[in-house]
Design a protein around this ligand. Structure first.
Ligand SMILES: [Zn+2]
Length: 211
């Protein structure tokens, strides 16, 4: 069990930044796959040239497997660090999970998402929350997380993906697209907790939360 804190966090999952929190923290997204892509391609080319059944082929195969393992290790390490920090620092962690399902249906985005490991990160946050006595809130209902002003509730019209920040016409707040989404996710999570829905974990929940 981790020591109780009164902090609540909303987490928006992204591609440029794997996660953006309602605290305004952006994790970055080390593209291990890209970093190792050349190494992997080289190892695979070498393997293709080796004679079937030869011992050189066996060695080349091991080399390919090693690069694959390295990629997996680096990514896992990054995800574990991120999820560990979130769970250590916050009592309640709210994550929008619906978007993962929807975006995976889009083949163009699917590769990025597989690379971004959203599913794995969410899984880690959930089980670490459960172990540490934290509350994990999965938001699996659609709500306009990017288009809703987290300050006044105004909902903007259509917004293309390249709009990174916008000014709310109602209250004139300048909103960073991702941080605003994370803040909305946090608020949505808190209202779900009030109704006792989509919540796992047994930790105590702070009664109120301030921005
Ligand atoms: Zn507003």
């Amino acid at each position: 069990m981790l020591p109780v804190t009164d902090k609540v966090v909303g987490v928006d999952l992204g591609i440029t930044d794997l996660m953006i929190t309602s605290e305004g923290e952006k994790s970055g997204n080390p593209r291990h796959t890209r970093k190792y892509a050349r190494k992997l391609a080289k190892a695979q080319r070498k393997l293709a040239k080796k004679k079937l059944g030869s011992s050189n082929r066996r060695k080349a195969k091991v080399k390919v497997a090693r690069v694959h393992a390295k990629i997996t290790d680096c990514r896992k390490d990054f995800l574990h660090k991120q999820s560990r920090r979130l769970v250590n620092e916050n009592q309640v962690i709210c994550v929008e999970t619906l978007r993962i399902k929807n975006m995976i249906k889009n083949p163009k985005l699917a590769k990025h998402i597989a690379d971004a490991s959203w599913g794995e990160l969410t899984r880690q946050i959930e089980y670490k929350s459960n172990w540490g006595g934290r509350t994990f809130v999965a938001i699996d209902q659609w709500f306009p997380s990017s288009k809703r002003c987290s300050c006044c509730g105004y909902i903007a019209g259509k917004m293309s993906l390249n709009v990174r920040s916008w000014t709310c016409p109602e209250c004139a707040t300048v909103l960073d697209r991702d941080c605003n989404a994370a803040e909305n996710i946090k608020r949505q999570g808190m209202s779900l907790i009030a109704f006792g829905e989509h919540v796992s974990g047994i930790g105590p929940v702070p009664v109120s939360c301030s921005r």
